[in-house]
Design a protein around this ligand. Sequence first.
Ligand SMILES: [Zn+2]
Length: 335
Amino acid sequence: MAMVGKGLTLERAKELQADKYGYSVHELKGGLLVRFEEEDVVELTTGAVDIHMHAYPDNWQRPSIVNIGERACELGVKAMVWKCHKTSTAGESWILQHYLDMWASQRGLEATKIYGGITFNKSVGGVNPDTLREQIVFPHFKTVWMPTHDSDHEMREVWGQEGGITILDEKKELKPEAIKIVDIIAKNEAKTGNKVLISACHLWPNEIIALIKEASSKKVDVLVDHVTQELTKLTIDQMKEMVDLGAYLGLYALSCVPNFYIPMTDPFNVKRIVEEIDSKHIVIASDCGQPLSVLPPDGLKAFIRTLLALGISKQDIKIMVKDNPAKLLGLPSDL
Ligand SMILES: [Zn+2]
């Protein structure tokens, strides 16, 4: 079968590009999409948790975390986890929280909680237990992101280069530093009660599976990021294997709905994944925060609207955008 990328058939790509496609989407009755209520979009956005988003300050142009934070308060987003590919965002999140608490209370709004963490790219020494040991005790530290742009997977597949970071040794077993990372997170939770999530980011599928096995054995959660994005796209069988081992799957607006950065993605895949995997193993997030994307809270809201239009139930969306991310971050239920 002729394919356009890992998951899109040439036939489906032609359908998405057809003259009548946009018009058929418009026809609610007997068309591709179902009718939804805007008040349901608002209800699901209020109290949502965006577990994966980006912002400025960064080494690249992005929308300001201050503007994003204010917008999140306006939309009633409960919490956001701010990812930077280069450095820790935990301390910055703590400072921003003080500002947002003040800004929101002046307007009679609830302040969105902002959390951060660290991404194990080369700028922090790769998958580095020493870095984590010092960083994990910072306030608002909630996530460890595995290598992204410096990963062996991305460097080989996207850029055709060697020298990327891998967490497996020659025998395809987890390297000691990856095992230590899981240990540090587990011990830190036992000591402080702060739950920290591992996000798999751009690792190879076999690296992710080894990591999930190790993490699950120590009761540390793993979120498998953007499973519909070309580099990290998984088959339904791979998704099932990871979920059976205890992982959660991330479906993010940026890689589920066509946009400036990812123009070729079929949003109808999302419905299939939710049906085949079950919402209790899935997390919805925006992954927005690029200069040409809408602000992350608006991206999340638009994604919720898309999911309703695809016919995914309110209950499933609530589980994916509120319950599961709150559980993965160990957020208090009264937050
Ligand atoms: Zn991202």
